[in-house]
Design a protein around this ligand. Structure first.
Ligand code: DQQ
Length: 534
């Protein structure tokens, strides 16, 4: 990030210029990670969409290739939209993706590598029988709401299954198709799942997670040792929501567990800005990895001025939490090899009202991991039972609003006098019969530029502060603050555009704006080296 481009990232994925959105077709092939993504070769706003392509040995450094899939057939002449990779028997990748056809209908297409001996898979050939799935008078599928095929999986009858996002009026659904040969697809009589009044479901993702441990498993696996996750990207709110449930592969329906809800107050991968994500099985390290898009929070005029828009989040390993009720997410361990200039603070008490600078790291490009131990809860504010919306609570009780136990946490991308800062913090409340932890990311002072979206984000964190310490990790990268609370129980990504706190003028602080002292159990911070990206 130079002075004239202070918002370009040091270690998050982005191309040299132009617009990017959803990750597509992520997979491993011949020991390389392949990432494709929605890209506009002609500008910094959405349009002219092709699948751009990069590969990596470590999910950190990326080599660019020419766009892999671009409009060339009647079935995708108006755009090559999102889709997913499936590894067919024999290790052959196949891409199912949405094409926008000559009539601007959304249809599903297949592309396969031209040359399987090229580890970079630089050239792709499209099926001559495209489109393989399309809206017709018979199936009544809405031609402007039929997109984003998932990775396909095999059922007990040896047939492939794939789901595609859709809606019928306000009902969101995932339409199921089956195939014996991956080319001829037949629509199933029932959707895999649907929910009332949610609007369009984009970019669905459907995969098993083992009931215990952190390993990833093949998308086709089912049985007593796995639960299933259905993720949808809610077009109405631009949030990625998931439920945990079971997949009945005889009836071909997904049933969310009781209490696992699909409306917008359900579980989110990320309580900040994070959309159109998808997972893939990393067969090199037996883990499931989640990739997602972080859109800008700046104005379109500013995006055009800087010549680019959109970045990807650091890939996250995902696994089922011990509770079985939510997923855990953590940045892939490889990102830690960029860590340098380690600083740590000895365990110390952070008095109410104090702000302590953490110096010795490049605060505009850093990895910070802090954990707090609370021993005195007396001053904790009582949680009003009507405070059920964590984001609203965080915006009403921002970092500058004094509390009892908290707000305490980090001030990142901060200018020297704190005129500009992004505050990532906790507040602890006295609930009915337990303490309730609120995690917030407060962007309200992140920039003097008023043209940015500075919405505050919030989530309740399922950690018991009486018995556990409270951890917070933030990956700070010029215009990105990607935060992980409770070891990955709640994630919150923010895009910010400081005008003072840029490059070497950015600072990092720990703060406590509550009346009760809290203990910093440990703090480790590192500057992050620049990754070689595209
Ligand atoms: N982005 C793609 C669509 C998808 C949307 C178009 C989600 O396929 O539904 O660029 O961001």
């Amino acid at each position: 990030a130079s002075t004239d481009q202070p918002y370009r990232t040091g270690f998050h994925f982005q191309p040299p210029k132009n617009w990017i959105n959803d990750p597509n077709g992520v997979m491993v092939y011949k020991g390389l990670y392949h990432l494709f993504y929605q890209y506009n070769p002609k500008g910094a706003v959405w349009g002219n969409i092709v699948w751009a392509h990069s590969t990596s040995k470590d999910l950190v450094n990326w080599t660019p290739h020419e766009p892999a899939i671009f409009p060339s057939q009647p079935s995708d002449i108006n755009g090559c939209w999102s889709g997913s990779a499936t590894i067919l028997p024999g290790g052959k990748p196949a891409m199912l993706y949405t094409g926008i056809d000559t009539k601007n209908s959304q249809v599903q297409n297949l592309a396969v590598p031209k040359n399987l001996s090229d580890p970079y898979l630089r050239e792709w050939v499209k099926s001559p029988t495209n489109p393989l799935m399309q809206p017709t008078a018979q199936n009544q599928i809405n031609a402007s709401s039929f997109r984003d095929p998932t990775t396909a999986w095999l059922g007990p009858d040896k047939k492939w299954r794939v789901i595609i996002g859709s809606k019928i009026n306000r009902q969101g659904l995932v339409i199921l198709y089956k195939s014996k040969d991956f080319v001829n697809w037949v629509q199933a009589p029932m959707p895999l799942h649907s929910a009332k009044d949610t609007g369009m479901w984009e970019c669905p993702d459907f995969y098993p997670v083992p009931v215990s441990g952190k390993n990833g498993v093949d998308t086709s696996l089912n049985g007593p040792y796995v639960k299933h996750v259905l993720k949808i990207s809610l077009d109405d709110t631009k949030h990625d929501l998931y439920t945990i449930g079971s997949y009945d592969n005889l009836k071909d329906i997904y049933i969310p567990d009781k209490g696992s809800v699909e409306n917008d107050s359900g579980l989110r991968y990320d309580y900040g800005k994070y959309y159109a994500s998808k997972t893939f099985l990393d067969s090199i390290k037996n883990r499931r990895i989640l990739c997602g898009w972080l859109n800008e929070s700046s104005s379109v005029a500013d995006d055009i001025k800087k010549g680019w828009a959109g970045v990807h989040a650091i890939p996250r390993q995902v696994w089922l939490d011990k509770s079985g009720k939510q997923l855990m997410q953590w940045p892939v361990v490889e990102i830690q090899k960029l860590r340098t200039n380690h600083v740590s603070l000895p365990s110390r008490l952070l008095k109410g009202g104090s702000v302590v600078e953490v110096s010795g790291v490049t605060a505009s490009q850093a990895d910070v991991d802090i954990s707090f131990k609370i021993s005195d809860f007396e001053k904790a504010e009582v949680l009003n039972p009507s405070w059920t919306n964590p984001q609203l609570l965080c915006s009403q009780k921002g970092a500058s609003v004094k509390g009892g136990v908290g707000p305490f946490g980090l001030l990142v991308l901060a200018s020297k006098g704190l005129t500009e800062n992004t505050a990532v913090f906790f507040r602890i409340f006295k609930g009915q019969n337990k303490y309730v932890v609120l995690m917030c990311s407060d962007q309200s002072r992140s920039s003097l530029n008023q043209a940015n979206d500075k919405t505050t984000y919030g989530a309740f964190l399922d950690v018991d502060p009486l018995h556990q310490s409270l951890s917070l990790r933030s990956l700070i990268d010029h215009s990105i603050v990607e935060s992980f609370g409770g070891g990955g129980k709640a994630c919150m990504s923010a895009r910010v555009y400081p005008t003072l706190a840029i490059n070497n003028t950015a600072h990092l602080f720990v703060f406590n704006n509550g009346s009760e002292a809290v203990k910093i159990a440990k703090l480790n911070a590192w500057s992050m080296k620049k990754a070689i990206i595209n």
